[in-house]
Ligand binder design. Structure first.
Ligand code: ADP
Ligand code: MG
Length: 607
């Protein structure tokens, strides 16, 4: 038998490596942007077509490459960034593995044009599936332009695996922001299908954040600045009152490289303790600088985790520096340092002189049951339902319609007819306790209300019969580019639930009207809350906009845990809940009702 082991041809090896380096268009975007940073560019343009499936092009004004280097750059393990193993411990560049271009060229059609600063003539190279197609002298601009076309053209399985354009674009925007935020001294633009999504001029970090997330960030940012032997900490946290219920704006940059760290996130979150509600996340853009020797640099290019030599110390410094900042800027009420107003142009105290308690975005005063003393038709009919329910109990066992056969929460027991409605009891401002003949049930008020609203919204979407409450004074809302794109995407659907909005210049909408039953909620908060929940639901409901909007809106409007309910309100809620098609769970599948039998109780008391 002859020997059977042989070396894989480079093109195959590269394709295999590509599977690790390039998972989706966004990973190619990341690599190309990082190369442009490493090349010392001061201006970087990203041009995308069809969410990167057709084209990803990065144009920089960095150092450029010689003709030989240009060709070499596509070889595997070809890098200009390290020469010997020792260099690995002093990495200051984003790349160093020499894998990215080789990988990308293995699975796409790549056009590279580059010229070094000062060179007479540059070079243009075309490579397709690792194969050199052409190489010629070219009269191109100083710097480098790389166009990656038809990603995965030769790996159909991968190509088919890609998500919808909106999902892939979101990933690209994420990567773009992760590179653009920590490099405010570099100008960036991003175009998608001919539309400018970002235009970020040079500036400082604060200006960069305002350009990325909207000018409203001007008054939201609190600077953090601490220098120690182990780590220098800079950047900003967002004031507690703007904390969000979704993760999203949690950015750590370690030596300007985006990293994820649950451990450090915990440090920040703990610095915000007591200042934000338990279910909210602190938002932050924190720059950590450490000596490269004290971190494990051998992180895989696609990974964003990192190991610190002295993780505990970094945690402690981070926590204390944020606490200090929040205190200094008079956000933590217990601390009142000397205020240095000139340092930062946000008003240290609100204009009206009253320091507000941090609040979650949804109007806490909102009372979905408020009727100003006048009973609505709906309430009257609810009351009738209640009465019907109680009288029905009298003659027969009440069986609730249950959709799922294996439904755990079967309450087929009789409601105790002797109980008046007043026997409802609110536990910890969170749960409603009610007797049933065989024991008792506990209803989660927030989840129950979510269910009620969700079904109502779904109905109105399907029946197209929602009402709009026109705003007396239409408000404008400025969004981040990503959120603006998202609203455009769901504009038609949110119309069907009663929003009336129109575009108003760059990243801005005017809100003319909101769903009629949103009561006294501020229109901007309402839309922001909807968006936030919508994004949160995206993972689970990628392709179902309607469902997501109904869920998001229900989450947005539902009374929250912690709200004190009047007996009448509890009555109405339970009444409406049992009028639902599927009362037993929230739209996202969490239980709304839990049943406890007397037997269970008896057992506990060893009876
Ligand atoms: P790495 O970045 O890990 O070195 P890459 O495959 O990303 O590996 O790039 C290979 C080499 O090509 C780089 O080391 C660099 O010398 C060169 N290169 C890539 N992109 C650019 C660019 N935009 N400008 C100048 N040189 C570049
Ligand atoms: Mg690289």
């Amino acid at each position: 038998m002859s020997d059977i082991i042989h070396l894989l041809p480079d093109s195959v090896a590269n394709q295999i490596a590509a599977g690790e380096v390039v998972q989706r268009p966004a990973s190619a975007v990341k690599e190309l942007l990082e190369n442009a940073l490493d090349a010392g560019a001061t201006s970087i343009k990203l041009i995308i077509k069809d969410a990167g499936k057709t084209l990803i092009q990065v144009i920089d004004n960095g150092c450029g490459m010689s003709q030989t280097d240009a060709r070499m750059s596509f070889e595997r393990h070809a890098t200009s960034k390290i020469k010997k193993a020792d260099d690995l411990y002093a990495i200051k560049t984003m790349g160093f593995r020499g894998e990215a271009l080789a990988s990308i060229a293995a699975i796409a059609q790549v056009e590279l044009k580059t010229k070094r600063i000062g060179d007479e003539i540059g070079v243009s190279i075309e490579i397709e599936g690792s194969e050199l197609k052409s190489q010629e002298a070219s009269n191109t601009a100083e710097g480098t332009s790389i166009a990656v076309k038809n990603l995965f053209f030769n790996v159909p399985a991968r190509r088919n695996f890609l998500k919808t354009d909106s999902v892939e674009l979101r990933h690209i925007i994420d990567e773009f922001q992760r590179v653009a935020i920590p490099n405010p001294e570099i100008a960036f633009t991003l175009h998608h299908n001919g539309t400018e999504i970002f235009n970020l001029p040079k500036g400082n970090l604060k200006q960069r954040l305002m350009n990325v997330f909207g000018s409203s960030y001007n008054t939201r940012l609190v600077p953090v600045d601490e220098k120690t032997d182990i780590v220098n900490i800079g950047g900003f946290v967002i004031k507690p009152e703007f904390a969000k219920k979704t993760r999203g704006e949690q950015y750590f940059f370690l030596n300007k490289r985006f990293i994820k760290s649950a451990y450090l996130h915990h440090a920040v979150q703990s610095a915000f303790e007591q200042l934000i509600p338990n279910d909210s996340y602190a938002s932050y853009f924190l720059m950590l600088d450490v000596n490269p020797k004290t971190i494990d640099i051998n992180i895989h290019p696609t990974k964003t985790e990192v190991k610190f030599e002295d993780e505990k110390a970094v945690y402690a410094f981070l926590r204390s520096s944020i606490k200090k900042s929040l205190g200094q800027f008079n956000i933590a009420p217990s601390l009142d340092f000397d205020q240095e107003e000139h340092l930062f142009n946000i008003p240290l105290k609100p204009i009206d002189g009253i320091i507000k308690q941090p609040t979650i975005k949804v109007n806490p005063e909102f009372n979905p049951f408020k009727t100003d003393g006048i009973k609505t038709e709906k309430q009257i009919s609810n009351q009738k339902n209640w009465e019907r329910m109680y009288s029905r109990h009298a003659d027969n066992q009440l069986e609730f319609e249950i959709k799922k056969e294996d439904e755990q929460q079967v309450i087929n027991s009789e409601w105790d007819k002797d109980l008046s409605k007043k026997s409802l009891y609110q536990l910890h401002n969170k749960y409603i306790l009610s007797h049933i003949k065989t024991g008792f049930i506990i209803i989660d008020q927030q989840g129950a209300h979510e269910r009620v609203l969700y079904e109502r919204i779904m109905d109105s979407m399907e029946g197209q019969k929602s009402l709009t409450q026109q705003e007396l004074f239409p408000k404008t809302i400025e969004l981040s580019a990503a959120d603006f794109a998202l609203v455009l995407e769901i504009k038609n659907e949110i119309k069907t639930i009663g929003f009336d909005i129109s575009e108003f210049g760059k990243n801005t909408f005017v809100i003319h009207g909101i769903p009629a039953d949103s009561h006294d909620i501020d229109s901007v908060h309402l839309l922001e809350g909807l968006l936030e929940n919508y994004k949160q639901n995206l993972q689970e409901l990628k392709n179902n906009k309607q469902e997501n909007i109904a869920r998001a809106m229900a989450q947005n409007l539902a009374i929250k845990s912690g709200k004190i309910l009047l007996p009448e309100e509890m009555n109405n809620l339970i009444d409406e809940l049992f009028a639902c098609k599927m009362p037993y769970s929230t739209p996202s599948g969490k239980p709304t009702i839990s049943t406890f039998s007397l037997e269970d109780l008896d057992k506990r008391f060893k009876k």
